[in-house]
Design a protein. Structure first.
Length: 613
């Protein structure tokens, strides 16, 4: 950071020294907030009423009345699981209440050729998979990065990027949009804000800074007028990600047969009294706890005392170290930022050398296969870092998201999950999924879990009940399709339905077999094709069954069928996408480019929807 001196700034020696001590310690979100605060101060200073009375500066948001001539704002969102969409809707409402004329749109619904006419553009976008844009942002992303993108020297913009710091390409889509808009000549209203999975506070700070920047130079409202808060308000308790509902476990059953090397839990939770609502296609967020055994090993490896009091979250309260590590902090995922901070706490440990330029591939491999216990043991951290200092660099344990496998019409006041327990061996140690093994091993009927509903407008049944539906969901990817069919049974929808399902063995791994058979018999499910990969000499997966039925599947597509894919993003979803393209080429006589365009059009028409992870 450039050092402030009396010679290169308007500050006195004392002011320069104070600023030089404070500024390097600020986080990105703190710098964004401060920028918005100073802008709001400037706006208040030029208010016409300033001469007669001091204007009250509301640092939560700018609340100036707006000149309609220059205060049109376009808010675009790209969202896979509705987090960016929800924030965009909230921010658009906030801006409208402050007097702005707001155009809110998903990127897939936005007409790119109107981009050059915009004055103020706000982008809220998540990153999907390995640094990829979410499905409803792909077309706009490709346009913006093409030669057709216009020069945008008259545009003011800012980007809110959502992501997960445990992924290598953290917030990459937001970074790409931010860079590209600058290359096209746009000017930033405020710097881009990158948000981890615990995004509420930094997102609110970005919104406040943007609102203040938009209102720069506009006469402020009369003193004491406050803006509507960013958070939702309403009578009674509202349960959400930041205020989860403690749901009682009604059932916890193993769906796999005896002899299977897999364990898939069917979990039924009560939502009675929560006022939580969901639709088929939505997800349930579950806040897990770390395995007590892993926590004990980690504490021993660091040389700490289990009962030592440490900070627990942002509330300022304290808990015994062991309880705080079990309930509040993530200890199973390593990230580069975490290692950078750990290296600062243990400068002689050798962690800094792992972060050195030229060792990126080694760092990537280390992060992928290890956790904090490995870090403590590999770099001999025992007795080096005080527990109170170390927990300050840990992030809050994030919620795990699971596709809901029940219809609210079929099971009022209940929500069902289908969760496969993750267990494997790596680096000479047994490993296990944080939430999946909690559900499989330590949660019983009568226990309670903190949960919230995550809506997903990008994975919904067709509005027209006559529309044919093709569902592709191997393994636990079949969960939302149990919800889909339960909903269609209750509503009496008449459209045809076709399910492609796969797993390892027919005899032990056919999840919900009895229900599929009943729905086939009753006509709720029109047809079903299965692929059990370990029951044949050659492994057969759902994409192979799709290709075998190419002619009939293409006929359904020509009839306007909607296609839904749920499950593994890295392999299955790509293989299914390739199979669909192949079917279009083989049966429809399309070129590869035409097939790709056809699938893109299906996505834009919401006839091709994916819930992949």
């Amino acid at each position: 950071m450039l050092e402030l001196l009396v010679t290169n700034s308007p500050f006195s020696q004392e002011q320069s020294e104070l600023l030089n001590r404070v500024l390097p310690t600020l986080t990105e979100s703190q710098r964004v907030w401060l920028s918005g605060y100073l802008t709001a101060l400037g706006a208040a200073a030029v208010a016409p009423s300033a001469a007669s009375a001091p204007a009250a500066v509301n640092v939560q948001a700018a609340t100036a009345p707006v000149s309609a001539a220059a205060k049109d704002v376009t808010v675009l969102f790209g969202s896979q699981t509705d987090n960016a969409r929800g924030l965009a809707k909230k921010f658009a409402k906030k801006l409208e209440e402050s007097g702005y004329k707001v155009s809110l749109s998903a990127m897939s619904d936005f007409k790119p050729n109107t981009l050059k006419k915009l004055e103020n553009l706000l982008i809220l976008v998540s990153t999907h998979g390995e640094g990829e844009p979410p499905d409803n942002a792909i077309s706009f992303y490709e346009f913006l990065h093409s030669k057709r993108a216009p020069e945008l020297s008259g545009l003011r913009y800012s980007v809110l990027a959502l992501g997960d710091m445990s992924y290598e390409f953290y917030c990459q889509t937001g970074k790409d949009f931010d860079k590209r808009l600058e290359e096209l000549g746009g000017k930033r209203l405020v710097p881009r804000a990158d948000c981890d999975v615990d995004f509420e506070e930094p997102a609110a700070e970005w919104m406040n800074a943007v609102t203040a920047s938009l209102g720069e130079g506009v006469p402020a409202q009369s003193a004491g007028t406050a803006a509507a808060p960013l958070a939702d308000t309403g009578a009674g308790t509202e349960y959400s990600r930041s205020n989860p509902f403690c749901a009682e476990v009604l059932e916890n059953l193993n769906l796999n047969g005896r002899g299977s090397d897999r364990e898939t839990r069917h979990i039924e939770l009560s939502l009675e009294g929560s006022n939580l609502k969901y639709e088929p296609g939505d997800s349930l967020g579950v806040f897990p706890e770390n395995h007590p055994g892993l926590v004990d090993e980690f504490i021993e490896a660091m040389g700490w005392q289990p009962q030592e009091p440490v900070a627990a979250g942002k509330s300022g309260g304290q808990l015994p170290l062991r309880e705080a590590l079990i309930r509040h902090y993530e200890i199973t995922v390593l990230t580069k930022p975490l290692l950078e901070q750990a290296a600062g706490l243990a400068p002689g440990s050798g962690i800094k050398e792992l972060l050195a330029p030229g060792r990126e591939q080694e760092l990537r491999a280390y992060i992928q296969d290890r956790d904090l216990l490995d870090l403590a043991q590999d770099y001999h951290l025992k007795g080096i870092i005080p527990a109170g200092d170390f927990v300050k660099i840990l992030r809050k344990i994030p919620a795990r998201m699971y596709s809901i496998s029940s219809s609210p019409e079929a099971y009022p006041d209940e929500v069902h999950l289908t969760v496969r327990a993750v267990r494997y061996e790596s680096q000479g140690r047994d490993r296990y999924g944080v939430c999946s093994t909690l559900l499989a091993e330590r949660v019983q009927a009568g226990d309670k879990l903190p949960v919230f509903i995550q809506s997903n407008s990008n994975f919904k049944l067709p509005e027209n009940p006559e529309t044919p539906v093709i569902m592709i969901g191997p393994g636990t990817g079949v969960a939302p399709f149990r919800a889909f069919l339960g909903e269609r049974e209750e509503s009496g929808a008449a459209g045809k339905t076709w399910l492609f399902y796969g797993d390892q063995h027919f005899s032990t791994d056919f999840l919900y077999q009895v229900e599929w058979q009943r729905w086939l018999k009753e006509g709720v499910l029109t047809r079903m094709d299965v692929a059990f990969s370990r029951d044949t000499d050659q492994k057969v997966y759902v994409q192979h069954r799709m290709l075998e039925k190419a002619g009939e599947l293409y006929k359904w597509l020509r009839e306007g069928a909607a296609v839904y894919v749920c499950g593994d993003e890295k392999r299955m979803a790509h293989d299914v996408h390739t199979a669909l393209a192949t079917i279009l080429e083989r049966e429809g006589g399309l070129s590869s480019e035409e097939a790709a365009e056809y699938l893109t059009l299906m996505q834009q028409q919401k006839r091709y929807q994916r819930d992949v992870y």
